[in-house]
Design a protein around this ligand. Structure first.
Ligand code: HEM
Ligand SMILES: *[C@@H]1O[C@H](CO)[C@@H](O)[C@H](O)[C@H]1NC(C)=O
Ligand SMILES: *[C@@H]1O[C@H](CO)[C@@H](O)[C@H](O)[C@H]1NC(C)=O
Length: 324
């Protein structure tokens, strides 16, 4: 009798320890099921409305999650504004400045969620869910978003400048930047497929279209030069061109077909198919949109797992751009 009670007690203790560990360290798709059952539908409504107003917003929101997760992990650090002397915003970092966008949409989603369950849902989770909803809204894959991330109380412009990739990166640099975050070369190629949607500023690809044109299609070069004048000035620098000229507003595998035709817009796009170790992945995705989409979903889930703050680490911000 005493033995049975002891063993029940022991089993119970073990279960508690396991549950405790799970809550502390792991994200879960059901995290808000009891605390905020309408969180996901509320976010989705905001994202759908924003994307139907402006298709490009889908691209911007997918990228926002990427630029959040690669810097200190998926902790919404990218959303923080300057707050001297403690916070120097990541928004001013070279890969983000005058470039990363979607902050107002995240703020809208946060405000809507705060109305239904104040103080419960993190900005980091909203960014992760927004990226998924945005992908799906323009024909991309959907996936189950793991939840339970908490928001940082810090930002790092230094890490934003060192850890995010640049359009001028060569293949080895891209492979190592993604490897630093736990991704294979193939997953780096998969994730680059996000460039099937969205826009780039002239300043990010001018060197490519006016430089050594051996790895760029001639007709494509002249088309792209019309949208991006060689004369360097502020007005010209910010002129926008679609990353995928063929279907800029649909999430498809055209990006990879473009690369095979030497029609990658950024240098960092074309190096993925330029006689190197990643050519085979580009070929595979150019032939198989279904594989691309399912690999993309898996890689985005993996991205969402980068160093989250969980348990009692971090905070739930009341507004996403500032510490409570
Ligand atoms: C492989 C390394 C990558 C480099 C070097 C890179 C670089 C860039 C650059 C330079 C732009 C244009 C920004 C501007 O002109 O302001 C851009 C846009 C974009 N990037 Fe990347 N990127 C990379 C990977 C990714 C990944 C992994 C994702 C998401 C999974 C992503 C999603 C996007 C999207 C959707 C846009 C368009 C954004 C918009 O229209 O607002 N990129 N990227
Ligand atoms: C960001 O760009 C703006 C406008 O071009 C510029 O004035 C500002 O100094 C830049 N910010 C940083 C932190 O470099
Ligand atoms: C242009 O680039 C190609 C391949 O990247 C290289 O083989 C060639 O030497 C370069 N040409 C010049 C003039 O730099």
């Amino acid at each position: 009798m005493g033995g049975r009670i002891q063993s029940v007690t022991t089993t119970f203790a073990i279960i508690l320890v396991l549950l405790g560990t799970a809550c502390d360290a792991q994200l879960s798709s059901t995290f808000y099921d009891t605390t905020c059952p309408n969180a996901l539908s509320t976010i989705r409504t905001t994202i759908r409305t924003a994307v139907s107003k402006e298709r490009r917003m889908a691209a911007s929101l997918v990228r926002l999650h990427f630029h959040d997760c690669f810097v200190q992990g998926c902790d919404a650090s990218i959303l923080l504004d300057d707050s001297p002397p403690t916070i120097v915003s990541e928004k001013g970092a070279l890969p983000n400045n005058n470039s990363v966008r979607g902050f107002e949409v995240i703020d809208q989603a946060k405000a809507a969620v705060e109305k239904v369950c104040p103080g419960v849902v993190s900005c980091a989770d909203i960014v992760a869910v927004a990226a998924r909803d945005a992908s799906f809204a323009v024909g991309g894959p959907s996936w189950v978003v793991k939840l339970g991330r908490r928001d940082s109380t810090t930002a790092s412009i230094t890490l934003a400048n060192s850890d995010l990739p640049l359009a001028s990166d060569d293949l080895n640099t891209l492979i190592s930047r993604f490897s630093n975050k736990g991704f294979s070369a193939k997953e780096m190629v998969t994730l680059s497929g996000a460039h099937t949607i969205g826009q780039a500023r002239c300043v990010t690809f001018r060197n490519r279209i006016y430089g050594n044109t051996s790895d760029i299609d001639a007709g494509f070069t002249s088309t792209r030069q019309r949208g991006c004048p060689s004369l360097i000035n502020n007005d010209n620098n910010k002129k926008l061109s679609p990353l995928d000229l063929v279907t800029p507003n649909s999430f498809d595998n055209n990006y990879f077909k473009n690369l095979i035709q030497k029609k990658g817009l950024l240098q960092s796009d074309q190096v993925l198919f330029s006689g190197g170790s990643t050519d085979s992945f580009v070929s595979e995705y150019s032939k198989n949109p279904t594989t691309f989409k399912s690999d993309f979903a898996a890689a985005m889930i993996k991205m969402g797992d980068i160093s989250p703050l969980t348990g009692s680490a971090g905070i739930i911000r009341k507004i996403c751009s500032a510490i409570n």
